[in-house]
Design a protein around this ligand. Structure first.
Ligand SMILES: *Cc1c(COP(=O)(O)O)cnc(C)c1O
Length: 404
């Protein structure tokens, strides 16, 4: 539970805000790091690029999984050197790649992008290294490969690699990322095994060892019914043997694992306040300062839950991860009552939760929402209705605050 006086203090300054806690962030990042001593970890910047968050995670030894030029620059600004930044995203322009190529490892998402990199190499009169994102012939779990907008289909990628001799762009790594929010150790382990096997196939085609194999993410966090935490140490223990075996035959190949949500989700709390309270035909509404516009995922969760009777509707990451991901709490002390949490936008869609039990709340009371450290503020349509964006605050271990 968050430090109450700090929340009250910040609430006197900001109508709505995100509070991220260093203690929790360090614990999560450190836990992941110690679970995978044989791998290097990359933080997926897109889930929360708030500079103090980046600084904290990078200090734990993470590199950066960057999905845009802006994210590469954010990582550079935090002092990461090129070897620890990996830029991988579909649809990169030649200009974007040219602007950051000395600052990071570039991962091509298509053969067209390799062609653009060839042009850059020719114009600058240099040779370039590039990773290649591959859409493999396997899935995580049952079934084989699927069509995807990400990467190059495995067969095509391997065929291309076989013909790369003398090419100005040298493939030096592979990247695979298929799913998010898995909490099944056996599934993830067999996925890792498949990606490492794919790396061996790639090396055979290329005729030289890869500099890195990026296994992507997939590691789930405690979202959803029961919110049981994924046992990261168990996965780490079984992966260690796999990674050690791979390392024996590939001593120079770095093994990379990416993670966003596992690291950052639980460190964040969203805080907003009750502006009005209404009873309409027997139903009690609490009107909050910023709902959909401040933190969209609770509204999406409620909307999707409305459209389906399924107990566990499939996730659409990172917008929707399942029902009952978030906890709603308040420092208000009244008797419990059934309320519906709504916002101030001119749309009936800004409902956060319907008919939930909370202590009786009145204008001025605060509402806190959990799991607001990843895919929270970054996904929210904060410009809607010309509302003011929620503030961001970082609470350091020593109790001091870093404001935006
Ligand atoms: C978003 C993303 C991640 C992070 O996923 P999490 O589920 O937050 O760990 C990792 N890799 C790639 C390529 C991504 O797009």
């Amino acid at each position: 539970m968050m430090d109450q006086p700090i929340i009250e203090e910040l609430a006197s300054r900001y109508p709505s805000f995100y509070l991220y806690e260093e203690t929790e962030l360090v614990q999560r990042a450190g836990g992941l790091k110690s679970a995978f001593p044989e791998a290097e970890l990359l933080y997926s910047v897109k889930c929360n690029p708030f500079p103090p968050v980046l600084d904290t995670v990078f200090r734990q030894g993470f590199g950066a999984d960057a999905a845009s030029v802006g994210e590469v620059q954010a990582a550079v600004k935090q002092g990461l050197d090129a070897s620890r930044i990996f830029y991988s995203a579909p649809g990169k322009s030649k200009e974007e790649m040219a602007s950051v190529f000395p600052l990071c490892n570039m991962v091509a998402d298509s053969l067209y992008e390799i062609g653009l990199m060839e042009q850059i190499a020719a114009e600058k009169g240099i040779a370039l290294n590039a990773g290649l994102r591959i859409n493999p012939d396997f899935s995580i779990g049952p079934g084989s490969g699927m069509p995807s907008k990400f990467g190059v289909d495995e067969t095509e990628a391997l065929r291309f690699m076989a013909e790369m001799k003398g090419h100005p762009v040298r493939i030096n790594g592979i990247h695979v990322h298929l799913k998010s929010q898995l909490k099944d150790e056996a599934l993830l382990l067999s996925y890792y095994r498949s990606v490492l096997e794919l790396a061996e196939k790639a090396e055979k085609q290329l005729g030289y060892p890869l500099d890195y194999v990026n296994l992507g993410s997939g590691i789930g966090t405690a979202y959803g019914p029961g919110k049981e935490e994924f046992d990261i140490d168990l996965l780490g223990q079984s992966a260690a043997e796999l990674f050690r075996n791979f390392r024996e035959t590939h001593p120079g190949t770095r093994i990379l694992i990416e993670s966003g949500r596992y690291v950052a989700s639980s460190c964040g709390t969203y805080v907003t306040r009750v502006m009005d309270r209404k009873v309409s035909r027997g139903k009690t509404y609490l009107i909050l300062h910023d709902t959909l516009n401040g933190f969209i995922r609770p509204s999406l969760e409620r909307m999707i839950s409305h459209y389906t009777d399924a107990v566990n509707p499939a996730g659409t990451e990172p917008l929707f991860s399942g029902k009952r991901v978030f906890d709603y709490t308040t420092p208000a002390k009244g008797p419990e009552e059934t309320v519906t949490l709504v916002g101030r936008l001119c749309t009936a869609a800004d409902v956060i939760a319907e008919d939930i039990l909370l202590p009786e709340m009145h204008p001025g009371d605060l509402l806190m929402i959990s799991h607001a450290g990843a895919y929270a503020r970054v996904l929210s349509p904060m410009q809607f209705s010309s509302m003011t964006a929620p503030a961001q605050v970082f609470l350091k271990k020593d109790g001091s605050l870093t404001l935006e």
